[in-house]
Design a protein around this ligand. Structure first.
Ligand SMILES: C[S@@+](CC[C@H](N)C(=O)[O-])C[C@H]1O[C@@H](n2cnc3c(N)ncnc32)[C@H](O)[C@@H]1O
Length: 271
């Protein structure tokens, strides 16, 4: 066996361990992403080889959890990419004027900052009727969803919550601040529900008027993007609006099914 083949086989052994022991399907994600995350954990545990790390995974519950957390990367922000939120503002104004009920799905929602941003925007903009807005946040990570349901966020060395909330006219109306902790107020929380949902395994949900699927597709292997898009499409109402992350796009074989509301901000309407 050449050294490369040996390394390759040991890497696959680690992936098999993940597949067998944690609720995460490595086959759906692109290999360079998996490799980066696994290598980071190996470094953290001072593990020299994939074979050694595979053994560690088999024997150590804590490491399995830590790897699961590392794989379900849940970096997020309130009003991430603020320029997109101006486009969404227009969509919500229009839809709440026309419909009695406007359903928005943030999938994946990570720790809840994206769906809470939708609810805060609806409460903040006088031309959006927030009583017509219902938001669902879903994610594969239970830990992220626990944080989301708590609705408490902290300013740290790397995260400035006050800066993230700047797009709001009066952030204090939506969060209660206690030094570095920001608690989302009840009036915002009551617009948002959270549920566990795996966008690859669990299939479509009820039709939504707006679906935000941002910053997950970049990690998904090209062979599985189609399945994820099938889920998104089947979960969109006839003229529903789809929002992708700033570096993500509609796959080339599906572009005829969408018209851009704002192509640069990645906001599309089902054609
Ligand atoms: C980078 S965050 C994106 C959060 C938010 N949409 C944003 O753009 O800020 C990616 C999230 O995808 C979740 N995730 C990974 N695989 C998933 C899957 N198969 N189904 C649902 N969520 C998934 C992760 O747990 C993580 O919270």
């Amino acid at each position: 066996m050449t050294r490369d083949t040996e390394t390759e086989t040991a890497f696959e052994g680690v992936l098999r361990q993940i597949d067998d022991t944690v609720p995460f399907e490595p086959g759906y994600y692109n290999e360079s992403y998996l490799d980066r995350r696994i290598t980071a954990r190996m470094r953290r545990r001072d593990t020299e080889s994939h074979t050694e790390y595979e053994r560690l995974l088999r024997e150590d519950d804590g490491e399995r959890q830590a790897l699961m957390d590392a794989l379900t990367i849940n970096v997020t922000e309130f009003f991430r990419n603020p320029e997109m939120w101006d486009v969404l503002r227009g969509v919500l104004r229009e839809r709440t004027a026309e419909q009695r009920r406007v359903r928005v799905w943030s999938a994946p929602s990570a720790d809840g900052r994206e769906p809470y941003s939708v609810a805060m925007l609806a409460c903040d903009d006088p031309e959006i009727d927030e009583s017509r807005v219902e938001v669902l946040g879903s994610d594969i990570s239970e830990e992220a969803l626990d944080n989301a349901r708590d609705g408490v966020y902290h300013t740290t060395r790397t995260t400035d919550i006050a800066a993230e909330l700047e797009p709001l006219s009066d952030p204090d109306r939506y969060v209660e601040r206690d030094e570095d902790a920001f608690r989302v107020r009840r009036e915002v929380q009551r617009l948002v529900d959270f549920e566990t949902h795996d966008l690859i395994r669990d299939g479509a949900r009820d039709p939504f008027d707006v679906v935000l699927c941002r910053n997950l597709l970049i990690y998904i292997d090209v062979d599985h993007k189609g399945a994820l898009f099938d889920t998104l499409e089947a979960s969109l109402a006839d003229d529903g609006v789809l929002v992708l992350g700033m570096t993500e796009s509609v796959p080339p074989d599906r572009t005829d099914r969408y018209e851009a509301i704002d192509k640069r901000r990645r906001v599309f309407r089902r054609a």
